[in-house]
Design a protein around this ligand. Structure first.
Ligand SMILES: NC(=O)c1ccc[n+]([C@@H]2O[C@H](COP(=O)([O-])OP(=O)(O)OC[C@H]3O[C@@H](n4cnc5c(N)ncnc54)[C@H](OP(=O)(O)O)[C@@H]3O)[C@@H](O)[C@H]2O)c1
Length: 349
């Protein structure tokens, strides 16, 4: 039975975009405002009101901060309106028969304290509240599904294969590497600091890892770590990294193309000069967007929750406290400030 709260109005802090961004973004492009929110749902409607507990910072949001001449794969944010992205929420009023007050859910919500959700059916229910709820912005949420679907369904790994993961200590990368180890692959990761390299080797169980900022010749570095070549490159970075990887792929290798973060802030993108290697080595480079795998979400949730409980997967997150910290936390993704999955705690329960 759906239920509604009283028509109470409460203060509602929210984060908005002030201006469209070109080049490297600054936290200044966003501001935190305080308005009000109604905690009631209109009688007879099927919307719900949620309290946002954790919101996620994800690299693709950068694309939404730019005004596009041609439509992009995600629409740009509207200036002055509350930013939206994945979050973990508690239902506090509902006109929808599938959701009741107190339910824990995750889905696309506002960067604010309370959000009126007009499409409750786009949300997922949380089946493992005994695990930290923040995990539903990462290992049990969108980035986790991305890693799992991208590695298994696009990468199609086989035991004993050679796997390279870039942005390897981040939300997606740390999981890809561990899933590859569980599959019996040899895994090397790259990351942008010695602290992150240490995590890869000593917490996530990568066979090898290196700090790409210290490597002058990435092609030679990859040759050193993969004398027999790479079967699967889980691509999150693009640019010169992709160029070096293409030289080191084995024939019939696979490249799940998940992201290219090194390119997101460039006005002039890096041209990958050796793309012919895709032909010569009969490579399969396939783009993936997590939305295409939503129908597998609950299967994934059960599998990943099992790994976490059995201690087969470790997980590191970087939690900023409060909406005031959200702009800097988001921008930090592009300087590598985050160690593990970046998210913001809006309200802790
Ligand atoms: N296709 C999809 O559906 C989907 C879904 C989720 C994520 N993604 C993509 O997956 C990738 C990883 O996302 P995530 O959420 O896991 O982020 P993340 O790895 O947790 O954070 C981003 C990391 O990227 C690295 N980075 C930033 N600028 C870089 C540069 N210029 N060159 C190399 N590395 C750079 C930084 O780590 P270092 O310190 O190691 O440099 C930073 O910590 C991104 O490309 C994202 O767009 C795609």
């Amino acid at each position: 039975m759906a239920s509604t709260a009283t028509g109470e109005e409460v203060p509602n802090k929210r984060v908005v975009l002030k201006y469209y961004v070109t080049g490297f973004p600054s936290a200044d492009a966003m501001e935190v405002l305080t308005g009000t929110a109604s905690l009631a749902v209109p009688p007879g409607s099927s919307v719900m009101v949620v309290k946002n507990l954790y919101i996620s910072c994800d690299p693709y949001m950068r694309d939404r901060m730019t005004k596009h001449e041609r439509p992009s794969y995600v629409p740009e944010f509207v200036l002055g309106e509350t930013l939206v992205n994945f979050g973990v929420c508690k239902v506090i009023a509902s006109g929808h028969s599938d959701y009741k007050v107190g339910d824990l859910v995750w889905g696309v919500t506002g960067w604010e304290e309370y959000t009126l959700v007009t499409e409750p059916e786009s949300f997922f229910k949380i089946h493992h509240p005994e695990l930290p709820l923040s995990y539903y912005t990462g290992v049990l949420g969108m980035p986790g599904l991305t890693a799992w679907a991208g590695f298994f369904q696009v990468g199609k790994p086989k035991k004993g294969e050679y796997v390279f993961v870039s942005a390897a200590s981040g939300a997606v990368g740390q999981l890809v590497g561990q899933l590859a180890k569980l599959t019996g692959c040899y895994v090397v990761g790259s990351a942008g600091s010695d602290e992150k390299v240490n995590l890869l080797k000593n917490k996530f169980g990568f066979d090898e890892a290196f700090n790409y900022k210290k490597e002058a010749d990435l092609d030679a570095t990859l040759r050193r770590y993969f004398p027999e070549g790479i079967d699967i490159y889980f691509e999150s970075v693009g640019g010169p990294t992709l160029e070096a990887v293409l030289e080191n792929m084995r024939p019939h290798g696979r490249i799940p193309a998940c992201g290219m973060i090194s390119q997101y802030n460039l006005e002039e993108k890096h041209g990958v000069r050796n793309i012919f290697q895709v032909v010569a080595k009969r490579l399969r480079m396939e783009g993936l967007l997590v939305f295409d795998y939503y129908s597998d979400y609950y299967k994934f949730e059960e599998e990943m929750a099992g790994y976490l409980k059995e201690g087969k997967i470790s997980y590191v997150e970087d939690i900023a406290e409060g909406l005031e910290e959200a702009p800097a936390a988001l921008i930090g993704l592009f300087t590598g400030r985050n160690v593990g999955k970046q998210l913001v705690a809006v309200a802790r329960e």
